[in-house]
Design a protein around this ligand. Sequence first.
Ligand SMILES: [Zn+2]
Length: 309
Amino acid sequence: MSVDLTNPIFHNEDAARAHLESVRWPDGPVCPHCGSKYVTRMAGKSHRRGLIHCNDCEKPFTVTVDSVMERSKIPLTKWVLGFHLMAASKKGISSHQLHRMLGITYKSAWFLSMRIREAMGLDPEKSSPIGGDNKVVESDETYVGGKKKNVHRGKPEPKKHAVVTLVERDGDVRAKHVPNVTARNVKAHLTASVDKASYLMTDESKVYVKPAKAFSGHSTVNHSKDEYVRLGGFVHVHAAESFHASVKRQMYGTHPAVSAWHLQRYINEIAFKWNNRIALGVDDTARTVAAIKGAEGKRLMYRQPRQAT
Ligand SMILES: [Zn+2]
């Protein structure tokens, strides 16, 4: 299903707000300050549009309070379109393109995109581990940044940044930017993200030897011998490689200049799109709704952009 750009939610501020409210509060407004549903809409002319009063804690709020949209001056129609464009763009969308398509400044587009990436990030308190009984979880590493051909003569080659990807076959991914691929970093990521009952599939790197002992089983793939598939097609890390192909497409194709500081947010966006992919029955509209839902309870304040993509 594709989106209808003539939908009023992209053009009318009240329609955009009603849409955001229906996604966040399907059963009616809930006070973000105290959780009460005993609230009153302030419809008077002197009130800010969308203002709701909590009759329990007596505090006012709108749908953007306690979300990545809080205190933003960008119109809600542009937020709704921004969420849609980012959730529906397979290879990602640059801040320059958002700036042109949304008719907002480049700086605003950058802030908006980083906040939407924050919304797409997993909430560690709500996300469950991947894998489990009779489930295979693949682990593999990739490196992004620092393409030699982009370096001007005489300048040092920029550092490549490591991403450790854990992915359940036919399931979700958890990908993490790590300063270095060490046993310690790999173990921390595995412990936080993968159910111990899982069967682990990794490359032959020594970093997995110890951490893998905590899991129900472990096989290794020897990349260097071009031996990608063993034991009747069981031993491979194709899912992780497929995720890495999306990472490279987006990071080299759309965001070639992302700094280490922000890389995790871009990885979160790519992982979000993987975890809400069409093969799982999630279309562009449902993926956008999932991103808007993720906006709740997260806030992100930047003083200024640190980069130019
Ligand atoms: Zn309240």
